[in-house]
Design a protein around this ligand. Structure first.
Ligand code: TMP
Ligand code: ASP
Length: 262
């Protein structure tokens, strides 16, 4: 593809101007960061896996009526998405105690929560993405009360879909993070799911062994990070099993002729 204008570089993705107004190309890097960039590594093949896993999930969500920014995957590392006005919040949905929730409330990792819990974090790297309440969100105008309701309802729908999808392949959905953006069409505005859903943004535990299959492997120095992501992709049917041979590693299933080993 010809040289394109870079709009933004994040920790795990780069955004380029898309081919038409209102579109963006989302490029998945192999970089992994944790603890607000204090820890960094390049994990070969991670971007390719996240591109495919996120595509699979976004397409599935569209099928059940959740509007997303996803338009189509372009190649191994890039997808075409709609340009949105991103709401500066990370919406976390939790089913099982883990991570910052366990720490904050003194819960045991793995304890079932009485119900799914939704939290909002303000997206600001300098502040380390602090937990915020609905009061903060409306007072500082990050989102309206209606948008908060919509994000909560969408978060729960996404949770139901993902929990079922992963349970079907023997994976427990512990928690995940999503982001939303506004799309304007004339006088109308609608909220779309943005960013990505991948093992970078979810906690995924094997149902039988409780083995960690997500970015906590990187955060906790457990090793075999991309192997775990590849296993998630394989179970979801994103990777063709019989091609997992030889030194080149598995070959990704492609519908646009760009098969490549990762
Ligand atoms: P936490 O327990 O660290 O707050 O994380 C909750 C969920 O959000 C977990 O699935 C990991 C995901 N997450 C991100 O996607 N990005 C982040 O920057 C953080 C802190 C968490
Ligand atoms: N994404 C955040 C970072 O880079 C935190 C995390 O995922 O743990 O630092």
């Amino acid at each position: 593809m010809a040289r394109r204008k870079q709009i933004y570089e994040g920790k795990a993705k780069i955004l380029f101007e898309g081919p038409e107004p209102g579109t963006i190309i989302q490029y998945f890097k192999d970089d992994a960061t944790a603890f607000n960039n204090k820890k960094h590594a390049v994990l070969e093949g991670k971007g390719v896996l996240n591109n495919r896993i996120s595509e699979f999930i976004m397409v599935g969500l569209e099928r059940i009526g959740v509007a997303t920014h996803f338009i189509k995957r372009l190649n191994m590392r890039e997808q075409l998405v709609r340009q949105l006005e991103i709401i500066p919040l990370e919406v976390v949905v939790r089913n099982v105690a883990a991570g910052s929730l366990s720490k904050r409330l003194g819960l045991e990792d793995g304890a079932a929560l009485p119900r799914s819990i939704i939290e909002f974090y303000y997206k600001d790297d300098k502040l380390g993405d602090p937990l915020v309440s609905e009061e903060h969100i409306t007072a500082f105008n990050w989102a309206s009360p209606q948008e908060i309701d919509d994000m909560m309802a969408l978060g729960l729908r996404i949770n139901d879909y993902l929990a079922g999808l992963f349970a079907g392949v023997g994976i427990k959905l512990v928690d995940f993070k999503v982001e939303f953006g506004r799309q304007y069409e004339g006088d109308m505005m609608r909220l779309l799911l943005a960013d990505e859903i991948s093992p970078d943004s979810c906690r995924l535990w094997d149902m039988e062994t409780n083995d960690i299959m997500d970015k906590d492997r990187f955060r906790k120095d457990l090793g075999n990070v991309t192997d775990a992501y590849r296993e998630v992709a394989r179970r979801l049917g994103v990777l063709r099993e019989n091609e997992n041979t030889g030194a080149q590693g598995p070959v990704l299933v492609s519908d646009n002729g760009d098969n490549a080993s990762i």
